[in-house]
Design a protein. Structure first.
Lengths: 327, 311
């Protein structure tokens, strides 16, 4: 079956038994051996005019140098209604790229993504207009997500309340702190139930009180039978808000299962606490090695001294320089 | 002092820091079949034209909101604010009149040269602004494109909606200026509406084309000012094509008249100025251009729909 119970767990890792929220809800997102490659211009386009001219004269198709990044390498998974799935992994493990590919914003190199609706990505970068007041941006953002003007007007009060920006709501967004802008973006994206909602690191901003409310809202959205994807470096948030976690390593899934179990296994490898202990142990070992080396050096020096003394004692009586002068 | 004895052997790696597990094996189930069974659709596939157009239509509120947002942020940091929407065309007209009417005296053979010139300038500027807006439509909204899914044609269309409202203001100013030069208000002024409609259709197509060309690389955008400059000079904005081209071969005149902007400008002068008349077949030329530009622009833009999130 496609549900992750079938995913074999790794030996030596805690078992990750997986129970779907109710018996086999409808799948909402299916990734079938998905590969995503994106290309970056690492040279060309910018640079001095003379180097650009050289590139053109040198031919080579305009001379732009592309670097291919194979960010997602064969991901297969099935997300179901009611899932709140956290994508965890270190920087560059392909979490955000996978999210964008699922949202249909990045084309698949091979494989496919199937979705039941239009996934909405709530990225930290979701662009609102900096020069417009928060109120206007609410309408703009809602309509960007596909609402009509009437629907957007209906949701406006809720968003204003949730973002809780006080009088800033009527000021242009360029007057906002980054935390305030993030709150407004989250409030807009979370204002309506999405079939598939994707959140990229949005919870890292805002104060503790706002974080608590947004966690609560995510759980509400989850209960409204949508599917939520969350990319977060905060493992505490993952444990609180998600029922399932997918651990990505270099663009591949290395573990998929119940959120707490996956986070436990992840922390066993990358936990900052473990890192700290490891560093302490390494320091201790270095210190011991240094001591041992000093000890050995002292010993060698001592032996050398003793040998010299012994030699001196042997030669002593017949030596006019070092021996005591008889009176 | 160098040590003679070797260091003690390295300790084994401490417990706790295991390496990440190996990638899980792909499920042996046919996921594509599962997707089909539940009616899921591929999220990266381009929509068919019909549903694309329908979604575009359902996003009309969003298009209007984008246009309004751009309009109000356009003149931020200015004291006069939206008054610039009125001042900019007036200053534009004044500059052209000063250079071509007063300094260069290109007015030979033309009655009521100020009205003639300013009608040309305002009509040309409409298309020019649509082209310039098109060069930035995709590039300036890359974050939005990467974050939210919507038919990307929304962005060039928002440019068009914004420029329509600017052009309505400009045409009102044009009317006042033309009346001030002594032209009477006649029924033929009503023709301004169909002319503007045709030009808007034409602009939409050109804006879509330019948006696609500049999305991949901004080199085309760098070239645009020069193309526009040339276009302005061959469109008879500041001189009368019948007067200046009288000595030229017939086919050169024909080519000059086949330029869509010549058509729009000549028709506009015909409508507003009693002393000026343009051949009636220019309606067919301009209508043909408008339709061709719209279809070509849409097809070219639509075919690259999924590529706009790159770059």
């Amino acid at each position: 079956m496609a549900d992750p119970a079938a995913v074999p767990t790794q030996p030596g890792l805690p078992d990750a038994p997986w129970e779907p929220p109710d018996d086999n809800p409808a799948p909402t997102v299916i990734c079938d051996d998905l590969h995503v490659v994106y290309r970056l211009v690492v040279q060309g386009g910018s640079g001095s005019a003379s180097s650009a001219l050289r590139r053109i004269l040198g031919g080579q198709g305009g001379g732009q140098v592309f670097k291919q990044v194979h960010a997602v390498r064969g991901v297969s998974m099935v997300a179901r209604e009611g899932d709140a799935i956290a994508l965890i992994g270190r920087n560059g493990s392909g979490k955000s790229t996978l999210l964008r590919a699922i949202a249909g914003l990045l084309p698949a190199e091979s494989g496919a993504v199937y979705t039941s609706g239009r996934p909405s990505l709530l990225g930290v970068n979701a662009a609102l207009m900096r020069d417009l007041p928060g109120e206007d941006n609410i309408l703009l953002g809602c309509m960007a997500m596909g609402m009509t003007r009437e629907e957007a007007l209906e949701r406006r009060d809720w968003i204003v309340d949730f973002a809780d920006l006080g009088e800033f709501i009527s000021l242009p967004m360029r007057a906002y702190s980054s935390g305030m802008a993030a709150r407004l973006r989250f409030a807009i994206a979370a204002s309506t139930s999405h079939e598939i909602l994707m959140i990229d690191e949005a919870l890292a901003t805002g104060d503790a009180e706002f974080r608590r409310r947004s966690e609560q809202r995510i759980m509400e959205l989850r209960d409204e039978a949508g599917t939520v994807f969350l990319v977060s470096h905060s493992l505490g948030v993952v444990r609180l808000t998600c029922n399932r976690a997918i651990w990505l390593e270099k663009g591949r899934i290395v573990m998929d299962g119940e959120a707490n179990a996956v986070v436990d296994a992840y922390e066993a490898v990358y936990d900052p606490e473990v890192d700290k202990q490891e560093r302490r142990r390494r320091r201790e070992r270095k210190r011991r090695e240094r001591q041992a080396a000093e000890q050995a050096a002292r010993q060698v020096a001592e032996e050398a001294r003793l040998a010299r003394e012994a030699a001196a004692a042997q030669a002593g009586p017949g030596d006019p320089d070092t021996g005591p002068t008889p009176i | 002092m160098p040590s003679a004895t070797p260091l003690p052997p390295k300790a084994p790696p401490p417990v706790g820091a295991t390496r990440p597990p190996d990638p899980v094996a792909p499920p042996d189930e046919d996921l594509a079949a599962l997707a089909r069974a539940w009616g899921l659709t591929s999220s990266t596939a381009r929509q068919p034209v019909g549903s694309y157009l329908r979604e575009l239509w359902s996003r009309r509120d969003f298009i209007r909101a984008m246009a309004r947002g751009r309009r109000s942020s356009q003149y931020r940091d200015t004291v006069l604010g939206k008054l610039w929407q009125v001042l900019a065309p007036i200053l534009n007209a004044a500059v052209y009149y000063f250079i071509f009417g007063v300094l260069l005296q290109t007015s030979r053979g033309v009655e009521n040269y100020p009205a003639f010139l300013i009608t040309g300038v305002f009509t040309f500027t409409y298309t020019q602004r649509a082209v310039t807006g098109g060069t930035k439509a995709i590039a300036n909204n890359r974050n939005l494109i990467r974050a939210i899914h919507f038919p990307r044609a929304v962005l060039p269309l928002a440019v068009i909606v914004q420029e329509v409202s600017q052009q309505v203001v400009s045409l009102a100013i044009l009317g006042v200026i033309v009346l001030a030069t002594g032209e009477p208000l006649t029924w033929s002024w009503l023709l301004v509406l169909p002319i503007m409609l045709l030009q808007t259709v034409f602009n939409t197509g050109v804006c879509l084309l330019v948006a696609r060309w500049t999305a991949a690389s901004q080199d085309v955008a760098q070239l645009m000012p020069f193309i526009i400059q040339t276009w302005r000079y061959v469109s008879g904005v500041m001189f009368s094509i019948p007067v200046f081209a009288a000595d030229l071969a017939g086919w050169v005149q024909a080519v000059l008249y086949l330029n869509p902007l010549t058509g729009f400008i000549e028709l506009m002068r015909d409508a507003l100025l009693t002393s000026y008349s343009a051949p009636g077949w220019l309606w067919w030329v301009t209508a043909g251009w408008a339709l061709a530009a719209l279809v070509a622009g849409f097809v070219v833009f639509y075919r690259a729909e999924e590529s706009y999130s790159r770059g």
